[in-house]
Write a protein that binds this ligand. Structure first.
Ligand SMILES: [Zn+2]
Length: 497
């Protein structure tokens, strides 16, 4: 049995892990690297394995950084089976087609730019990473549907169980029960983890015991603000902006965040915190479709939310809500001088319609930009959050005069304490790989400071040990305590267990 990491190692995006057992090769996730130009090269680079030799791909959830390289995998020869939850399958279809469109647009743009620089029309086409056709082709490889808690026999000696991760609709941790030459191992992939107490999604299921845990620790070094004060902050930002006479632009992730925000706005109006007359625009075809998909999967939602659907009350139906699918409708929003909440993608402002809204509102002192999600380094969202005075949009230098809010409590990711609590539930693994998914420049999953220890053997204060096991040069030496948390220093090494 072997495991190797081909993305999301010592960085946040590009999750892709390969498990080899009984001559079978299984991928867990095949995500895209996101943020900045360098990532384009990483995405196009060799996978580090032969896609044609992969038998199965288990997809934890439909975020781009977990599924975004699937069309490329198929383009490069993958002919195996993709297994995921029903909601993830529907969402992945959306996400992959959208990503393919963006790849095509970007390639077209780069081609034109090159032609301009060379000064002739004889264009050399820049190849997109994959096309819409590639994305459509890849959908043919989605096979069996995983249901939470129901084991699936993948191949002789390989069984997979998807466990609710509570991160986005359809998200799962994947437990692999492996048997090779009489040796048994339970390997648990966390995928992205959510947390309990979200308004719409069911709480994550406590994880099963495992011998090996591969854990994504995006926010392993910090604690989130609680949700309720963040909702208050959002309401105050909106009220304040309306008082000043401007618009609120919210760069929004289409999956989960957009639906949760609609729910909070709905609640705000219902409780009289927000004006019933405000106009709300969900200006993202993908977010609109994702909202529809939510309605197909009521089984993934909290009973309270389902009851509301059942009672004929739509928790996403804010009064004054407009779904703007068409480009012309989207452009018409720019005519509105004030009193509108405009939610548009992409969340990190790397593309999509939000860039147009930024162009129209970023320079206005009476408007506000409200960031409600993670912004990777190098993205426009990060540049604005970090206090840029001007930004370049569509060839124009736009001054940043709008009020900038960053509201941290809407994360769909578990924070340090929630991650540690989840980890404790997995028992006492022989190996753990929580280095995956840490943000650049940030520490991996940290022990709480002395005195704040949440308890539990698995998290003894022994510091964090780089792994020094298995094949390949991984990290520096040092004994690995069975109960300590370890992480890989050089993740692309392959490890036996
Ligand atoms: Zn995710």
């Amino acid at each position: 049995m072997k495991i190797s990491f081909h993305g999301a190692d010592r960085e946040v995006t590009g999750s892709c892990h390969l498990v080899e057992c009984n001559g079978r090769r299984l991928l867990v996730d095949c995500g895209m690297f996101q943020g900045g130009r360098r990532m384009a090269e990483e995405n196009a680079a060799d996978f580090g394995f032969d896609p044609a030799r992969i038998d199965h791909l288990l997809l934890t959830h439909a975020h781009l950084d977990h599924c975004g390289r699937i069309p490329l995998l198929v383009k490069r020869g993958f002919r195996g089976e993709i297994i995921t939850a029903a909601a993830s399958r529907e969402l992945a279809r959306l996400v992959l087609l959208d990503a393919a469109h963006l790849q095509e647009e970007e390639a077209e743009y780069q081609s034109r730019k090159m032609a301009r620089h060379r000064g002739h029309h004889n264009r050399q086409w820049v190849e997109p990473l994959y096309t819409v056709l590639d994305a459509l082709n890849s959908l043919d490889f989605f096979g069996r549907t995983a249901r939470y808690g129901q084991p699936l026999d993948i191949a002789p000696g390989i069984r997979a169980t998807f466990v609710n991760a509570g991160h986005i609709l359809g998200s799962a941790c994947v437990l692999l029960e492996l048997e090779e030459q009489g040796r048994r191992r339970r390997v648990l992939f966390s995928g992205d983890l959510g947390y309990s107490g979200r308004p719409l999604l069911q709480d994550p299921t406590p994880p099963p015991a495992a011998d090996v845990v591969v854990m994504e620790t995006t926010y392993g070094d910090r604690l989130h603000k609680p949700l309720q004060p963040s909702i208050e902050e959002l309401y105050e930002a909106i009220e304040d902006t309306f008082r000043r006479g401007g618009n609120v632009v919210i760069p929004t992730f289409a999956l989960e965040r957009a639906q949760e925000l609609l729910y909070f706005l709905h609640e705000g109006v219902r409780q009289g915190r927000l004006p019933g007359a405000m106009q709300v625009f969900l200006d993202s075809p993908m977010a609109i479709s994702a909202t529809e998909i939510f309605r197909h999967h009521l089984d993934c939602l909290k009973p309270g939310a389902v009851k509301r659907f059942g009672a004929g009350e739509d928790p996403f139906a804010v009064p004054g809500l407009h779904f703007t699918r068409e480009t012309a409708q989207s452009m018409a929003i720019n005519q509105i001088g004030g009193g509108a909440v405009i939610m548009a993608g992409s969340g990190m402002c790397t593309g999509g319609r939000v860039r147009h809204h930024l162009k129209h509102d970023l320079w206005r002192r009476d408007s506000s930009i409200v960031f409600v999600g993670y912004a990777a380094r190098g993205t426009l969202a990060r540049i604005i959050i970090d206090g840029a005075r001007t930004v370049r949009l569509f060839g124009e230098e736009i001054p940043v005069r709008a009020r900038i809010y960053t509201i941290g409590g809407f994360s769909a990711h578990a924070d340090r304490d929630e991650l540690l609590a989840w980890y404790r539930h997995t028992g006492r693994p022989h190996h753990t790989h929580p280095g995956a998914r840490r943000r650049p420049g940030h520490a991996p999953l940290r022990q709480p400071p002395a005195g704040q220890h949440p308890g539990g053997d698995a998290c003894h204060r022994r510091g964090v040990h780089p792994v020094n096991r298995g094949r390949g040069a991984i990290g520096r030496r040092g004994p690995i305590d069975r109960h300590s948390i370890v992480y890989s220093e050089a993740g692309k090494g392959r490890r036996s267990f």
